[in-house]
Design a protein around this ligand. Structure first.
Ligand code: AMP
Ligand code: GLY
Length: 436
């Protein structure tokens, strides 16, 4: 069968790569794809982005089903449009995608259904927002209500920073409509983890756990980014905590959406903050919901799937996830992002990728911001590559990934040398791995 994946990032390359390995799958089309998907066997790029054009393509090519990678097409209603056209697609409808596309919707939903999250208040009036910040003090978190490509969150350590964020969003309108409403949130401390599940409206299938690295620099310093690396599984999520997350967060969310008349179908990503202490009592709060898989979390997760993922998606679309099971590679997978010069502020594009390590059974280089220019691979975005390796231990996976990076090069590349540090014994932020 033929499948269609929507998007152009490392997440979509990894999904297409996994699906293309299924003996049932003839071709995976990726719209619009990137330089990596352009070169892969059994994967083809399609230069389309308008929903109507994608529907025409899916009909003409008799696509068995479509999977959506990023949030923007989901928030624009791509699932509603495909379903109205009688086409199979995996993802939430526009209304359900508000769990990500409106922080205010997500917070009100969580309060309504007693799902643990940071205390908050929503504002459109700058004066009221400034007053609230003065009352609450710092640290405090200011979030643009709408989609802001990962840039709409300011974790303010001083009240001055928080006031500046309000001036930026509500005063200057730096985020346009997305920032015309802001959520001001209590600051939470702890360790973050990504918990991603598949839902068919009623049944839930959890994927392997993972952990992202949001900051640009070693030791979790520097500006927030879309994610500089990830690994799976995340040992912080013990079996006991896994049960609590299902019981306290995931199940109430799925039941709550169905009760609200918006059954949730698609990937659901809960970004969690896990407080210190024993698993039975440590605090567990939702930082955010995403209505899609994470990037770069998807890359290590896809490396670990051993069963046929095309079957899992088919069952999910049919509302039969209760019959699905995924066989996971017991090894650890770890992905290191190579980002462009000046990422995340103003990433430089157009650099030639002069060296690229060969993919092997246990190390695959997923592309994100790359394009093929007359047969030459060039950088075309902030996050360029994600070098993802499997290993019997996290240390082995780390060593394999960093060895492949030595054989990969483009001008201005930046990457963290400490991906996976939290999962190492005696973890210290910024600790460099063995390979350089
Ligand atoms: P979000 O897009 O809501 O996940 O926020 C981006 C990042 O900001 C998160 O991954 C956290 O590192 C941080 N963050 C968000 N909300 C909070 C909070 N209430 N307390 C502390 N850090 C937060
Ligand atoms: N890696 C974080 C995200 O995809 O939102």
């Amino acid at each position: 069968m033929k499948l269609l994946v929507i998007g152009s990032g490392g997440r979509e390359h990894a999904m297409a790569w996994r699906l293309a390995r299924s003996p049932r799958v003839q071709t995976v089309y990726v719209a619009p794809g990137n330089g990596g998907t352009a070169r892969a066997s059994q994967i083809q790029n399609v230069a389309l982005s308008e929903i109507d054009d994608l529907i025409d393509f899916a009909r003409k090519e008799k696509i068995a089903y479509t999977v959506v990678g990023p949030e923007a097409p989901l928030a624009a209603g791509i699932v509603d449009a495909f379903q109205a056209a009688g086409l199979k697609i995996f993802g939430p409808i526009r209304e359900a995608a508000q769990l990500e596309s409106s922080k205010d919707y997500a917070k009100a939903f969580m309060v309504r259904h007693a799902i643990p999250t940071a205390g908050y208040a929503t504002f459109t009036d700058p004066e009221a927002a400034h007053r609230h910040i003065d009352e609450q003090g710092a640290p405090i978190v200011v979030k643009a209500d709408g989609l802001a490509a990962g840039k709409g969150v300011v974790v303010a350590t001083t009240v001055e920073e928080a006031h500046a964020a309000i001036d930026d969003m509500l005063g200057k309108g730096s985020f346009g409509q997305a920032g015309a409403r802001v959520v001001i949130e209590e600051f939470l401390e702890g360790e973050e983890a990504s918990f991603i599940v598949m839902c068919d409206g009623h049944n839930v299938l959890p994927l392997a756990t993972s952990q992202d690295h949001k900051r640009l620099l070693d030791g979790d310093r520097g500006p927030n980014t879309g994610g500089m690396g990830a690994y799976s599984p995340a040992p912080v999520i013990s079996p006991a905590l896994h049960n609590r997350i299902m019981r306290e967060v995931i199940n109430p969310t799925i039941v709550g959406m169905a009760r609200d008349g918006v059954p949730y179908c698609g990937f659901l990503y809960a970004g969690l903050m896990i407080g210190p202490g024993p698993d039975a009592t440590r605090t567990l709060k939702v930082l955010e919901f995403n209505c899609r898989m994470g990037d770069p979390e998807t890359q290590p997760i896809m490396m670990r799937i051993k069963s046929d993922f095309s079957e899992t998606l088919e069952l999910a679309i049919a509302g039969r996830l209760n019959e699905a099971d995924i066989e996971w590679d017991r090894r650890t997978a770890l992905g290191v992002v190579l980002a462009a010069a000046n990422y995340p502020a103003t990433p430089r594009t157009g650099d030639t990728i002069s060296r690229l390590a060969q993919d092997t059974d246990d190390c695959v280089i997923f592309h994100a911001g790359t394009r093929l220019d007359n047969g030459i691979l060039k950088t075309s975005g902030g996050r360029v590559l994600c070098v993802t390796a499997l290993g019997d231990s996290l240390k082995r996976a780390q060593a394999t990934a960093y060895e492949a990076i030595v054989r990969t090069h483009f001008e201005g590349q930046q990457y963290r040398r400490d991906i996976g540090w939290r999962a190492l014994p005696n973890a210290t932020a910024g600790q460099a791995p063995a390979a350089e």
